[in-house]
Design a protein around this ligand. Structure first.
Ligand code: 13P
Ligand code: SF4
Length: 355
């Protein structure tokens, strides 16, 4: 495995923008249960009136997840978000998550209007893989099949042969490896490394990472295991290899929730964004969930197991995007026509081999 330099400065710039945005939003908007109920009720009425459906990721605010479920929408991992939007008969898809999720919905369902609570919520993997630099990297390796993670811009997807999400990555690479294909993988070096280990495929890696999962440290988990030796460890494979090695189960967000249900352990250490605890705790009411430590003992917590971009979604901006019809997602036609091919390949693979 080899790797390419990251666009790390862009990620740092984004982090500062996000922190300023969230601080500003929180200082302006007092939270209270009655206000949240007022906003939720109003959003539900508007969803009905506008024949719109709410599609939320597990990492969004539990208030948004609850609303998605109660209003006939869905809370899921990124693959199911794409599939659900594509099959639903609403005129408008409201995607609460990060930018690539809204773009994917628009590319797969171009006839529908796609709105997002904010268009500023991106992802360090997307930011760290600019389309022009990525195209140059691909041009340098024309003999490789280009597989990109869903956490990328539409333009990067347009340059790819395949798109995968974490719930399907191992299976797709296994399949391509069985055809004798060599892979160029972007942008997450940790997920790419995990897939390489699982499949033994020949994979050339782009050097990107998720700023949230990168913060989990093996030492912190080992320390926690000293206190709770009976606990099973659940890890999203965007985490570093030393952390994945400690996992009883590694997988996508929905696979981790399923593992929490299936494992016999009464206590679970969870190494992914803590937004997942809302649905996971509902699924395993009798089990104790512990967020895996970030940064190691004594270190400063930079993400605290909480994606800053997912945190930009709120009831307030969800309501305002529905009221005004603002934050509509558009994807350039030429880019969309190419990106839909690599996305379609993933959707067809899922329907044919994994359903
Ligand atoms: P999932 O596809 O597992 O939901 O992951 C999306 C993501 O952004 C994880 O950080
Ligand atoms: Fe991107 Fe990481 Fe946030 Fe997921 S948790 S959206 S990979 S920055």
């Amino acid at each position: 495995m080899k790797s390419q330099q990251p666009a790390g400065y862009l990620v740092e710039q984004q982090r500062e923008i996000v922190e300023a945005y969230i601080t500003h939003e929180r200082s302006n908007k007092p939270q209270s249960n009655s206000r949240n109920k007022y906003l939720s009720d109003k959003i539900r009425r508007l969803l009905d009136k506008k024949n719109a459906v709410l599609i939320a990721h597990y990492y969004t605010d539990p208030l948004i997840q609850e609303l998605a479920e109660m209003s006939g929408g869905i809370v899921s991992d990124s693959l199911e978000m794409a599939r659900f939007g594509n099959h639903h008969d609403a005129d408008t898809l409201v995607v609460a998550g990060v930018k690539f999720m809204g773009e994917t919905a628009k590319i797969l369902t171009p006839t529908k209007r796609v709105l997002m609570p904010t268009l500023e919520a991106t992802c360090s993997l997307d930011v760290g893989c600019p389309a022009d630099e990525f195209a140059t990297f691909c041009d340098q390796h024309p003999d490789r099949t280009v597989v990109v993670y869903a956490n990328t811009s539409a333009a990067v997807k347009a340059r790819a042969d395949w798109v995968v999400t974490s719930s399907i990555a191992v299976e797709v690479i296994e399949y391509l490896d069985s055809l004798g294909e060599k892979i160029l993988w972007a942008p997450d070096k940790y997920l790419g490394g995990y897939v390489q280990k699982q499949t033994g495929a020949d994979i050339l890696l782009w050097d990107g990472s998720c700023i949230v999962h990168e913060e989990f440290k093996a030492k912190g988990i080992l320390d926690l295991k000293q206190v709770y030796p009976d606990a099973a460890v659940l890890v999203h494979p965007e985490s570093p290899d030393s952390v994945v090695q400690l996992a009883d189960v590694a997988g996508s967000t929905s696979q981790l929730i399923e593992a929490a249900i299936q494992l016999p352990n009464r206590r679970l250490i969870v190494a992914t964004d803590q937004g997942i605890l809302y649905k996971m705790q509902q699924a395993v009411g009798n089990k104790e969930l512990l967020v895996a430590p970030t940064g190691g003992s004594g270190a400063t917590c930079r993400s605290c197991a909480s994606c800053p971009w997912m945190g930009m979604n709120s009831l307030e901006n969800l309501l305002s995007c529905l009221e005004v019809g603002s934050n509509e997602v558009f994807v350039d036609d030429n880019i969309a026509q190419l990106a839909v091919q690599s996305l379609d390949r993933m959707m067809r693979f899922k329907a044919e081999y994994l359903s």
